[in-house]
Design a protein around this ligand. Structure first.
Ligand code: P6P
Length: 338
């Protein structure tokens, strides 16, 4: 039935015509889409292509790189340099900025986590790629880290690819959120989830509960109330999920609501938290807010954070608006001594 569906390119062109925009977004997205198709192919080949296991190297985060981390990073860098749209790129896997030489007319910056959730690659659980697009400010040095340190509210587009039971791309250019599914036989992404919305209420939360001994009081209060179920202050039962793949958690929230928490806690406070602001929290916050949800540190809207470093980590609480509002209220009560 692919012939009856709208392709990702057509969907972007429709949006540009409707919004009177230039042809920028279509060309900006083309190389990202090709990179994600290539990564999907390599992830899906898995053991058959010898793609599993460790690469024998560490990334800037001090994390052991999987072979697929390195492969996905190389694919993103190479494919997105070809289109000439990007003046420079920043990756979770690289300490420094990657300047795109010869990209004289590159007016954008691309930031990405090439393979998020890669601890799952060897156990065949969903992983994904996350990307964020910023403008190159006039006269700015594309090779300077400071050029990238723009608040998430400045993103012109954000999205992710989810390499799951099907490969999907979810994308926002600031005018809602659309989901596309890859038809491998045709090699095209087709619009299958138009205008994705996060339900304001939910009965499902996602957190790594093995860290409960480290949590701050407002987080513990929130989770304990969910666990108390119908007999507790929430008066209803909750379900819990934890995939250890942010892309999979966010996608579930876009599909059926929910709240995802990776708080800063006593165990990761020295690093500022677990998730990275520039290429994990910011793009996911833009997507969730564009779908009617909220994204906060518990004390600040994520998209308002003035970045202090390219690999800065932040607390993340995002998803159904009523739940994030509750978490923010609990943090305010705690900070206010109430
Ligand atoms: P933990 C994956 O490494 C990641 O950055 C997110 O995708 C995921 O939500 C989180 O870390 C998982 O963390 O502590 O459960 O391994």
């Amino acid at each position: 039935m692919s012939y009856t569906r709208v392709t990702l390119t057509h969907s972007l062109l429709d949006e540009q015509r409707r919004l009177g925009r230039s042809g920028t977004f279509t060309s900006l997205m083309q190389d990202i889409v090709t990179a994600c198709k290539m990564i999907s192919h390599e992830v899906n080949r898995g053991a058959m292509a010898g793609n599993l296991g460790l690469a024998g190297s560490e990334n800037v985060q001090g994390e052991d790189q999987k072979k697929l981390d390195v492969l996905a990073n190389d694919i993103f860098l190479r494919m997105n340099a070809l289109g000439g749209n990007y003046a420079a790129m920043a990756s979770e896997e690289l300490e420094d900025v990657h300047v795109v030489h010869g990209s004289a007319d590159g007016r954008y910056l691309l930031l990405f986590d090439p393979l998020d959730g890669s601890s799952n690659t060897d156990i065949n659980i969903s992983v994904g790629s996350i990307f964020s697009i910023l403008r190159l400010p006039d006269g700015a040095d594309p090779g300077a880290k400071g050029t990238f340190l723009q608040p998430g509210a400045k993103q012109v587009a954000a999205g992710y690819a989810l390499y799951g039971s099907s490969t999907m791309m979810v994308l926002t250019t600031g005018n809602g959120v659309n989901g596309f599914t890859l038809d491998r036989d045709v090699g095209e992404f087709y619009l299958t989830h138009p205008d994705m919305r996060v339900t304001p209420d939910t009965g499902e939360f996602a957190i790594n509960a093995s860290r409960s001994r480290f949590w701050e009081a407002p987080v513990k209060r929130y989770v304990d109330e969910c666990l108390a179920g119908t007999d507790g202050p929430r008066g209803k039962d909750f379900n819990m999920r934890w995939v250890a793949s942010m892309v999979a958690e966010v996608h579930r929230i876009l599909c059926r609501g929910g709240v995802f928490l990776y708080p800063m806690d006593a165990g990761n406070k020295a690093k500022g938290g677990k998730l990275r602001l520039m290429y994990e929290a910011n793009p996911m916050a833009m997507i969730v807010e564009q779908a009617g949800g909220l994204a906060s540190t518990g004390r600040q809207r994520i998209l308002d954070i003035a970045p202090g470093g390219l690999h800065q980590r932040v607390p993340v609480m995002l998803g159904s608006a009523a739940e994030v509002e509750r978490l923010v209220a609990y943090h305010a009560e705690y900070d206010g001594g109430r």
